[in-house]
Write a protein that binds this ligand. Structure first.
Ligand SMILES: [Zn+2]
Length: 104
């Protein structure tokens, strides 16, 4: 499984899951139980709900995520370029560094 999307909240995650399943991709939402503890623990990339897909569907799922616009906030966060630990700048739609393969 690969993580393709970090959601703002559970409904955001489930919307995308349904969207991917509509296209035949068996997506999975992770982090639901942690999300329900929000307020008690800080919200970070590790505690926000995320959407995962099977490795073989990853490329197709990423294209679908691109067309999936739920709120400009999460969309713009997802698209912001990011700098990898190896120093390379990556486009926001990539979750792994093109240079060294480290995940975002
Ligand atoms: Zn890198």
């Amino acid at each position: 499984m690969k993580k393709i999307y970090l959601a703002r909240d559970l409904s955001d995650a489930h919307l995308l899951k349904g969207f991917l399943e509509g296209d035949g991709i068996e997506a999975e939402v992770q982090g639901e139980s942690l999300w329900k503890l929000r307020g008690e623990i800080p919200i970070t990339e590790d505690t926000a709900p995320s959407v995962w897909v099977p490795d073989e569907d990853y490329d197709r799922a990423m294209e679908l995520v691109e067309t999936f616009h739920v709120g400009e906030a999460s969309a713009s966060v997802a698209r912001k370029p990011w700098r990898c630990a190896c120093g390379e700048e990556n486009e926001g739609q990539f979750t792994e560094c093109w240079n060294c393969g480290r995940s975002r």
